[in-house]
Ligand binder design. Structure first.
Ligand code: AHM
Ligand code: MG
Length: 310
């Protein structure tokens, strides 16, 4: 059984980029272990409930949203390979070191936070870009320029999934707080099992999307699953095959998911695993970002199920 620490040691000496990226993976995984200890530890009662404020998106903030944010920031400050951080909970890019030749981490520290109080699985999502682009030219931060993306799931167990260097690998946290390898090359199954979307939003979708989802509903080889934590719905479909949709609300002319730290990191992973992803009528990874907190639609999963429909 290979541990994440061994894997990092074996792979980080190949190039300067590998050294930096594996150090970032190391810091993220340390944060994930700390969050797991909080969730499954003796003081987990204190984690329930709202913090009492709203974030920049006007959403209620759970206590765990802020704790997760602080935990990852504390870990990131310890490495000079991370010079700046973009986070769902922070208005602006947060500069933490002065280096131009290091990396920018964009994160959703706690995805699915409305599921915390009811003990449904949640996660954390990260995308890592080179930091040598011009912030005023945000177009450089297209998903296709990602260097690495990864996510964690806090569920019946804690899982890490990493997309780097044309491979998707996964680790599981053992009872001694050590990540051990689960899968060394995840590829989407050829025969997908699930479609996943919040069907109650159907009334707010375009006619084309409504008809598209109807074709999924009557597809006899598919059944429906929906958790409401993006990263968990994504992970199930990655392992079992399927499609997840969070279409634009055409009545409000508004999409819900964040491009930089939700859609792009997952699109990067699905692409390596053999799948496809579309947002706002283009390949998610080719969408030119307009801002760090931009919201987009998302259709993501097996290539034979996903369609570029708005
Ligand atoms: P957040 O919990 O980080 O704010 O993320 C938003 C969540 C996603 O995890 C999930 O896929 C989506 O919102 C659920 O939307 P809805 O409540 O419309 O089903
Ligand atoms: Mg989220």
């Amino acid at each position: 059984m290979i541990s994440l620490k061994d894997y990092i040691n074996q792979n980080s000496a190949n190039s300067d980029q590998d050294k930096a990226i594996f150090e970032i993976i190391n810091k993220i995984s340390d944060g994930v272990i700390q969050i797991s200890k909080l969730l499954y530890g003796i003081n987990s009662l204190d984690l329930f409930g709202k913090y009492g404020g709203e974030n920049i998106h006007g959403e209620e903030v759970e206590k765990l949203d802020l704790l997760a944010n602080d935990i990852f920031l504390e870990n990131f400050i310890q490495t000079e390979y991370i010079s700046a951080v973009v986070c769902e909970e922070l208005d602006d890019i947060k500069q933490i070191h002065g280096h131009d030749d290091s990396y920018l981490v964009m994160m959703d520290p706690l995805d699915g936070s409305s599921n915390v109080d009811v003990s449904v699985s949640i996660g954390s999502i990260f995308g890592v870009w080179e930091n040598n682009f011009d912030y005023s030219d945000f177009k450089s931060y297209k998903g296709s320029n990602l260097k690495m993306s990864m996510y964690a799931i806090y569920g019946p167990n804690t899982i890490l999934v990493i997309g780097y260097d044309s491979k998707v690998i996964s680790f599981i946290l053992d009872s001694e707080s050590k990540f051990v390898m689960l899968d060394q090359n995840i590829k989407l199954p050829l025969n997908p099992k699930y479609y996943s979307t919040n069907l109650s939003n159907n009334k707010n979708w375009s006619k084309d999307i409504q008809e598209y989802v109807d074709t999924l509903r009557i597809n006899e080889s598919l059944t429906q699953r929906y958790v409401g934590s993006l990263v968990v719905d994504f992970h199930r479909n990655l392992l079992k095959g399927g499609i997840h949709l969070n279409p634009k609300n055409v009545r409000m002319n508004k999409s819900k998911l964040r491009l930089m730290y939700e859609a792009n990191p997952l699109a990067y992973i699905i692409n390596i695993a053999g799948g496809k992803s579309f947002s706002e009528g283009v390949d998610t990874l080719e969408l030119e970002p307009e801002g760090i907190h931009q919201t987009v639609s998302l259709i993501i999963g097996n290539a034979n199920l996903t369609k570029n429909i708005e």
